[in-house]
Design a protein around this ligand. Structure first.
Ligand code: JB2
Length: 209
């Protein structure tokens, strides 16, 4: 079993740690954070990111990004770049309690959490989060560094471009496209293509910024 570390020690990291623990695919070597958050579900604090070289040299080669919050995409990109330079690899993390059906492609570092359903023909890029109980129906395309939050629904054939976030319980109706760098508010219902980056809320979703 390979060893893995988690980056970040907040709420998302805690969820990720419990998903990794039950998958039994990796041995959790610890987590790194700017500050010591104490033991998280029995997983130890290893220090801040200045420790990453040392951790890698001790044989921990896998990592999972446990910073999930919105408005930190650039931080997540920087952390990934720094860690790739050291040599870390980022396996997809797929909960044993998620459903991933046939003919689905999932990129490096992407996380599929408990109760998520990914249906056939869907492609998901790199370092995206498909959070708890989100549904990504058949033949969707989700880009990289996206976040499909808890309970959100992408109906069949939906496309979400890089760096976009779909809020909790939002619904995107069939075959609609959402361009990159969009933020769809919690509970919004998207009934038309979104071609300009921005923040969209409500039912039907309208741009606010
Ligand atoms: O550069 C960094 C860094 N920047 C922030 N390196 C490392 N190693 N850690 C970093 N952090 C740490 O990430 C912060 O010090 C903090 O402990 C953690 C972020 O925790 P927080 O609980 O604020 O956010 P989160 O991303 O874990 O969870 C949010 O997003 C999830 C998707 C919450 O809103 C959750 O409720 C939500 N489910």
């Amino acid at each position: 079993m390979g060893k893995i570390i988690v980056i970040g020690g907040g709420g998302h990291a805690k969820v990720l740690i419990s998903v990794i623990k039950k998958s039994l695919q990796f041995e959790l070597a610890g987590y790194v954070d700017i500050n010591d958050q104490g033991e998280i579900l029995g997983v130890k604090y290893l220090g801040n990111d200045s420790k990453l070289d040392e951790i890698f040299s001790k044989g921990v080669m896998n990592a999972a990004i446990g910073i999930g919050q919105i408005n930190v995409t650039q931080k997540r990109i920087n952390v990934v770049e720094n860690m790739k330079n050291i040599g870390f690899t980022f396996p997809p993390i797929i909960s044993i309690d998620a459903t991933v059906n046939e003919d689905v492609l999932i990129g490096e570092g992407t996380q599929i959490l408990d109760g998520a359903v990914i249906n056939s023909g869907t492609r998901i890029g790199r370092f995206s989060i498909i959070n708890t109980k989100a549904t990504v129906e058949h033949d969707c395309k989700v880009g990289s560094f996206c976040h499909i939050a808890t309970g959100a629904v992408l109906s069949g054939g939906v496309e979400v471009d890089d760096f976009s976030m779909i809020g909790s319980n939002a619904v995107i109706v069939q075959y609609k496209k959402i361009t990159s760098n969009c933020m769809i508010g919690a509970g919004a219902v998207v009934t038309k293509d979104i071609t300009a980056e921005g923040v969209y809320v409500g039912n039907p979703a309208r741009q606010t910024k």
